[in-house]
Design a protein around this ligand. Structure first.
Ligand SMILES: NC(=O)c1ccc[n+]([C@@H]2O[C@H](COP(=O)([O-])OP(=O)(O)OC[C@H]3O[C@@H](n4cnc5c(N)ncnc54)[C@H](OP(=O)(O)O)[C@@H]3O)[C@@H](O)[C@H]2O)c1
Length: 305
């Protein structure tokens, strides 16, 4: 079986989560890292035992021995480098949010289609067994008719120089964490909201949404409310309420192994344990399914847009 050779586009901090699943996978392998700075790429590769180093993003894209690019650049650079990678014939797993505008997502989709390569947004939680189980429970009527979704994803940013506080690099709380409860609600409802409303607290220095509270009205009288942000201590949860019960998910977006969710119906609470897996394994294996076996990606570009 062919192994897909992956190249990391930059020395981004988030790269570290992809190293274990790439190394554990039978159909993928970590081959290279590229950086804008050769010395940084060399030091990064040496410390992590990565075989090949490129001193520019362009040189990695030009190398015929790289099959898949992982794009973890700041959000505003996702479109430019994903399109360049597609034009170079590489498959791409690109971090969320895939882009900051619908026009950019359309251009990336078109570039991938034209080049005949696989492109997927790296919403890792979509592949995790817990997410699949929650969807299955709701679809099978475990809480009756879905009525209300509540959720939050917040944390306190430690560094004022973080790309998340830089508007020109696509910063902001919605793009960084608010996108998770929005994505989760859309997945569970299985439809797009017909009306949305939100308030934000804009950072005086950053100009980006640092705190956000939003609501979405879905078809068939389903309502979702969430908050997200970069200035509130860490909170992460989803609660789903139907006319016969509720489902409480304490770790909806970053579930690991042995997570528990609670299903309440009447006076009875059932705690359901879900044997999980490495959070980032699913997206890596799903890329191999799509590239080597021609299967559909679990996270489609239609969903992303
Ligand atoms: N799915 C998840 O769990 C998850 C978690 C965290 C972040 N993310 C996503 O991953 C992406 C990166 O986040 P991160 O926190 O890892 O970012 P980061 O550590 O700031 O890394 C971004 C990298 O991009 C490169 N870069 C190129 N142009 C740059 C510029 N003008 N300014 C700054 N960096 C530039 C740099 O690498 P070189 O200098 O080596 O070229 C830098 O190391 C974002 O899209 C974020 O939403 C996803």
């Amino acid at each position: 079986m062919k192994k897909l050779r992956w190249g990391l586009l930059s020395t981004a901090r988030i790269n570290k989560v992809l190293l274990p699943p790439l190394r554990a996978s039978e159909r993928n392998e970590l081959t290279a890292v590229a950086s804008r700075d050769t010395a940084r790429a060399q030091a990064y590769a040496k410390e992590r035992n990565i075989p090949r180093v490129f001193g520019s993003y362009e040189s990695m894209l030009a190398d015929p021995d790289i099959d898949v690019i992982y794009n973890p650049l700041p959000n505003s650079l996702h479109a430019e480098w994903t399109i360049k990678a597609a034009q170079a014939g590489k498959h791409i797993l690109c971090e969320k949010p895939l882009a900051n505008t619908v026009e950019d997502v359309d251009a990336m989709t078109e570039a991938a289609k034209k080049a005949g390569v696989v492109l997927m947004e790296a919403f890792m939680y979509r592949h995790h067994p817990q997410t699949l189980k929650v969807k299955e429970l709701v679809d099978s009527g475990a809480i009756g008719k879905l009525q209300v979704i509540h959720g939050a994803f917040t944390f306190k940013l430690g560094n004022e120089d973080d790309v998340r506080l830089n508007a020109s690099l696509g910063g902001g709380g919605i793009w960084d964490v608010g996108c998770y409860p929005i994505s989760y609600a859309r997945l569970i409802v299985g439809a797009e909201p017909v009306e949305v409303f939100g308030w934000q607290v804009t950072g005086q220095a950053s100009g980006v949404d640092e705190t956000f509270a939003g609501q979405m009205r879905f078809p068939n009288n389903v309502y979702a409310q969430f908050d997200s942000g970069l200035r509130t201590p860490r909170r992460s949860y989803i609660e789903l309420a139907g006319d016969e019960g509720t489902l409480s998910i304490p770790q909806p977006f970053q579930p690991y192994e042995n997570e528990k969710i609670a299903l309440t119906r009447g006076d009875k609470e059932e705690v359901i344990s879900i044997p999980g897996e490495d959070l980032y394994r699913g997206e890596v294996e799903n890329m191999a399914d799509a590239i080597l076996d021609g299967k559909a990606t679990r996270m489609s570009l239609a969903d992303t847009v």
